[in-house]
Design a protein around this ligand. Structure first.
Ligand SMILES: *Cc1c(COP(=O)(O)O)cnc(C)c1O
Length: 401
C-alpha cells in the first residue's frame, strides 16, 4: 500500500519545482504585446538578469530550452571551420561539443571524465600548445548536471590568461545559475548560457544568453548565425517584438519576473548559501550510507561538487530500485543516472541523481533523504546508519560556519 498520496516532490535536476508565486503570476489572460505592463517591465527584467549573473553584459532571451541556448552561443560566436576547445566533465559538456561539431565548428574536446571537475593546468597546457591561437573560444560547463561536477570558472579564466591565449570563455550555467555562485564580470566570463527551468524556477521554455562586448565583436564575423538566433537585435532593439524575433514568451516573462523577485527578496548570497547547505546535507547522508554499503557520491572532493544536484551510485542495481520505490511509495521522484553507463551495461541501474535546485528548502531535502532511508530499509539495500542524523546536523549548523 502506497504512502505516495499527498504533495509529490520532483527532485530531478530540471525541470525544478515551480513556486506557487511563479505559477500564479503566469495564470492570466494573454497580455497586450503592443504597449502596457509587459513592455514596460522589460528594462528591469533585463537589469535583473544581469544582476543574477553579477554582470554588466548584453542579454538575449530566446524561446528555447538549454539545447537551443547552446546553439545560440555557437551560432553567434563562430564562423564555419573555427576551432572551439570544449572542456567536458560529463554528458552535458560532450553534448555541447557534439552540437558545435554538427554546426560546422572544428571541435577539440578536452575530456576530464565523468568523475572530476576541469583541471585548469591541463587546460593551460593545451592552450599554450596552440601557438597560432587557432582556438577562438573555450566552452565549459560550470556544473555538469550528469556527473554533478562543478568546475572553477575563475581558475579556467586564469589558465587562459596564464597561457597568454586570446580565447573567449563561454560557460554553460544552465544547472548552476541561481544555485551556485557565479560572477560574470569578476571572473572574466565572455558568454553565459542558462535556461528558465532550473535555478530560475520557471517552466522550461526560455533560454538566456549573457555576452560581453568582446563576444559581441567576435560575433560580427560569424557566418553560422540565422536571423532567429542572432543575439544583437534581441539584446539591443528597443522594439519589443524584435527582442524575441516575433511573439514574446508572454507568460514565461511574468513567471521569470516573479522568480527573480523571489531570488532578490531572499538575497542572492542567501540563495547560494541555502543551496550549499542543502547540498552538504545530502553529501553527509550519502557518506553515512556508504560507510556500510556499496553506496558512494560520484565526485570525491567537495570543492568539485555542484550545490544544485548530486550524482551518486548505489551498487547492484540499487539506484533504479530505490528510485522506483520512492516514486511508488513515497511520492518522491529522483533523477535518473545520465551518461554514466550504457543501457546495455549491468551497472546502468547503479546511478541516480538527487536535485536540490531552485525552490527547495530544508524540509524538502530532509524529507527526500528520510524517504530514501526508508526505501533502503524496505529494499534491504545494505547501507550505513546515521545518515539522517548527519544530514540534520548539517542543517542545524547552517549559518554557523
Ligand atoms: C539541463 C541542462 C542542459 C540542457 O537543457 P535542456 O533545457 O534540457 O535543453 C544543458 N546543460 C546543462 C548543464 C543542464 O543542466
Amino acid at each position: 500500500m502506497t504512502l505516495a498520496n499527498g504533495r509529490r516532490y520532483l527532485a530531478i535536476p530540471g525541470p525544478s519545482v515551480v513556486p506557487d508565486r511563479v505559477l500564479a503570476a503566469m495564470h492570466r489572460a494573454a497580455p497586450n504585446i503592443y504597449h502596457g505592463e509587459l513592455i514596460d517591465m522589460m528594462p528591469a527584467l533585463f537589469d535583473d538578469l544581469r544582476r543574477v549573473a553579477h554582470g554588466t553584459a548584453n542579454v538575449a532571451i530566446y524561446i528555447a530550452n538549454g539545447h537551443g541556448g547552446w546553439e545560440a552561443v555557437i551560432a553567434n560566436l563562430f564562423a564555419r571551420g573555427d576551432k572551439a576547445l570544449v572542456a567536458s566533465t560529463g554528458r552535458f559538456g560532450s553534448a555541447w561539443a557534439e552540437a558545435a561539431g554538427q554546426m560546422g565548428v572544428a571541435v577539440d574536446v578536452l575530456d576530464f571524465g565523468k568523475r572530476s571537475a576541469i583541471d585548469p593546468a591541463r587546460l593551460a597546457e593545451t592552450l599554450a600548445a596552440d601557438r597560432a591561437h587557432v582556438i577562438r573560444a573555450v566552452l565549459m560547463t560550470h556544473v555538469d548536471t550528469a556527473s554533478s561536477a562543478r568546475s572553477d570558472i575563475k581558475a579556467v579564466r586564469a589558465a587562459i590568461d596564464a597561457a597568454g591565449h586570446p580565447a573567449l570563455l563561454a560557460v554553460d550555467a544552465i544547472a548552476s545559475l541561481g544555485c551556485d555562485r557565479l560572477l560574470f564580470d569578476a571572473w572574466g566570463i565572455d558568454v553565459v548560457v542558462s535556461a528558465s527551468q532550473k535555478g530560475l524556477m520557471t517552466p522550461p521554455g526560455l533560454s538566456i544568453v549573457w555576452f560581453s562586448d568582446k563576444a559581441r565583436l567576435a560575433s560580427e564575423r560569424s557566418d553560422l548565425v540565422t536571423p532567429y538566433w542572432d543575439w544583437n537585435l534581441r539584446s539591443s532593439s528597443p522594439e519589443f517584438y524584435r527582442k524575441f524575433a516575433g511573439t514574446a514568451p508572454t507568460h514565461h516573462l511574468y513567471g521569470l519576473r516573479q522568480a527573480l523577485d523571489m531570488i532578490f527578496e531572499e538575497g542572492l548570497e542567501q540563495v547560494w548559501a541555502r543551496h550549499r547547505t542543502l547540498a552538504r546535507s545530502v553529501w553527509a547522508a550519502f557518506d553515512a550510507w556508504g560507510r556500510d554499503g556499496d553506496i558512494e557520491l560520484n565526485i570525491v572532493g567537495t570543492a568539485g561538487r555542484s550545490h544544485a544536484v548530486t550524482a551518486a551510485r548505489i551498487g547492484g542495481g540499487g539506484a533504479t530500485r530505490l528510485r522506483a520505490w520512492l516514486e511508488h511509495n513515497a511520492g518522491v521522484t529522483l533523477g535518473i543516472g545520465l551518461g554514466m553507463a550504457e543501457p546495455s551495461d549491468p551497472t546502468y541501474d547503479d546511478f541516480l541523481r538527487v536535485a536540490h535546485m531552485g525552490h527547495v528548502n530544508a524540509h524538502m531535502t530532509l524529507g527526500a533523504l528520510a524517504a530514501m532511508e526508508a526505501g533502503l530499509q524496505a529494499l534491504a539495500i545494505p547501507h550505513g546508519t546515521g545518515a539522517l542524523d548527519a544530514a540534520a546536523s548539517v542543517i542545524a549548523a547552517h549559518g554557523g560556519d
